[in-house]
Design a protein around this ligand. Structure first.
Ligand SMILES: [Ca+2]
Ligand SMILES: [Ca+2]
Ligand SMILES: [Cu+2]
Length: 306
């Protein structure tokens, strides 16, 4: 299959007991074989989909006030969330110190009005919400990977290794992925060559021939976000499929969110992951992402199940 890599079914150790609590416990998971895109979906590829289908992304539409009780009226316009480096050191406990809702930011305007993708056709598409990734996958005759499929692929056969390429962040001083060097979020030394996204495929592939699994952009997976301890990966209790889907959706909601937007798992970390703030440039790392939320550091790739 064009631009895709075949991954054999396997039983592997998913998660980690040595990092953030949401990655634990490490546990064995069995995944059937599948094909996966070698690279994240690019602006050029997403553009082809939009031209053929007329798809309008979530970020290009005004949110419906009925879905967001009590929302600030200035947020009920088309917008997306853009990383804006603060002018000086800020508290690392509040992500709004660097995340800005920018009206007019969308996949064609990655940092807002006036920006364009003309010179970055081969960068991963960003500012795609879950519905946009799912619509692309359906159009392409593909699916969005489960978290387990994504993590198996990212590990490249190095079961239990810290990184997608082994146990060292920069073997022989080499940058293996587009992450953040320097003091996040105020100083980006770009030792890896890139301040924001990078063209897909410029960093080395993992042992399965997959590029940019780690870093560049986070990637959507189809799993509802729950702790590993309560989630049921794999093949058990097929008779409860529909209930499990509904339970997972419900459990994924952040109880502090008045809009009760369910959240899916995103994987791989991005160009914003830095040692002093977010060490999520690893296959086992995971974060919850509300399905309606698009950002300047989140994209996706697709799979085809055998
Ligand atoms: Ca970088
Ligand atoms: Ca990635
Ligand atoms: Cu991060």
């Amino acid at each position: 299959m064009d631009g895709m890599v075949s991954i054999s079914g396997a039983t592997f150790l998913m998660g980690s007991d040595r990092h953030y609590p949401e990655e634990a416990p490490a546990h064995e998971v069995t995944v059937e074989g599948f094909w996966i895109d070698a690279c994240p979906v690019t602006n050029r590829e997403f553009g082809r989909f939009v031209r053929k289908t007329g798809h309008v992304t979530v970020a290009e539409r005004a949110p419906d006030p009925a879905d967001y009780p009590g929302a600030r009226p200035d947020l009920l316009v088309p917008f997306s969330t853009v990383f804006v480096a603060p002018a000086q050191r800020v508290s690392l406990t509040d992500p709004y110190n660097w995340w800005r809702p920018v009206p007019g930011a969308d996949w064609r305007h990655p940092v807002g009005p006036g920006s364009s993708i003309r010179n970055v056709p081969d960068h991963p598409v960003v500012h795609v919400a879950w519905a946009d990734a799912a619509a692309y996958a359906e159009w392409a005759g593909k699916q969005i990977p489960t978290e387990a499929e994504w993590e198996l692929a990212a590990r490249g056969g190095l079961d239990g290794a810290e990184f997608a390429w082994g146990d060292e962040l920069n073997p022989d001083g080499r940058w293996m992925a587009n992450t953040w060097q320097g003091e996040f979020p105020v100083q980006n030394t770009q030792e890896d060559g890139y301040e924001r996204t990078s063209p897909v495929g410029v960093f080395p592939a993992n042992a399965y021939g997959l590029y940019d699994m780690i870093g560049n952009v986070w990637e959507w997976t189809s799993d509802w976000y729950t702790g590993h301890a309560v989630s049921t990966h794999g093949c058990c209790s097929p008779d409860r499929g529909d209930d499990r889907e509904a339970d997972g959706r419900e459990q994924s909601i952040d109880r502090r969110d008045p809009a009760r937007i369910p959240r899916r798992v995103m994987k791989g970390g991005s160009h914003l992951c830095a040692p002093n703030y977010c060490r999520r440039y690893r296959p086992s790392a995971r974060m919850a992402q509300p399905v309606d939320t698009s950002t300047s550091h989140l994209g996706f790739r697709c799979v085809v199940r055998q």
